[in-house]
Design a protein. Structure first.
Length: 197
């Protein structure tokens, strides 16, 4: 167990560490994109319009990875962050669609044909959500959210945003100092009024 924290040694370069971690997040996002594309292709996941959504999302995320890796501009980095949020939402939508597909197909499962109509709604949702019934892997769309989170983490403290973020930090520090000075004013004013008496 750690008994005390020691300061980072002078040999540790924070900028190099941040660059390494940013590149690692980009590599994880890129690997997730490639692996998901391969899996979607092997499953022939393109037979309906809804099944094309992850293909489009992965295409946009691939462009996002390239843009962040190239470091185009601060505005584009912010756009990539916004797209990543939308990608998280599309992953959640995919979870819902997969669960709904399992729920709808449950009556066809020979193990549930007789008892499905008599099951409680909670039991049906549990069976559909855990993959006990239906053909769709419920958690598979969550990989889109994972890719988006990796891409978002790669944009934190990005060098292009460093000047903007440091100026915001300065403004916050100035505001904190101003609040502290204002908080001490009543004590100082009461001291001044006592000395005048």
């Amino acid at each position: 167990m750690f008994t005390s924290f020691r300061p980072a040694s002078s040999s540790v370069n924070m900028r190099e560490t941040a660059t390494f971690l940013r590149r690692a997040m980009l590599a994880l996002a890129a690997a997730g994109i490639v692996a998901t594309l391969v899996e979607l292709a092997t499953l022939r996941h393109w037979t309906t319009t809804t099944q094309l959504i992850p293909w489009m999302v992965l295409g946009v995320m691939a462009i996002g990875v390239i843009v962040v890796a190239l470091g185009v501009s601060p505005r584009v980095i912010r756009v990539v962050r916004a797209i990543a949020v939308l990608t998280v939402l599309s992953g959640l939508y995919g979870l819902f669609i997969h669960m709904q597909a399992n729920y709808d197909a449950a009556i066809l499962d020979y193990r549930y044909t007789d008892r499905w109509p008599n099951m409680s709604l909670l039991s049906k949702l549990w069976a559909a959500g855990t993959g006990q019934v239906g053909p769709a892997p419920v958690m598979a769309p969550a990989v889109l959210s994972q890719i988006a989170i990796c891409l978002t983490l790669a944009t934190f403290r990005h060098p292009l945003l460093a000047k903007l973020e440091s100026s915001v930090t300065f403004d916050n520090d100035a505001a904190v100092m101003l609040e502290a000075q204002i908080a001490t004013l009543p004590g100082e004013l009461s001291g001044v009024s006592r000395s005048q008496q």
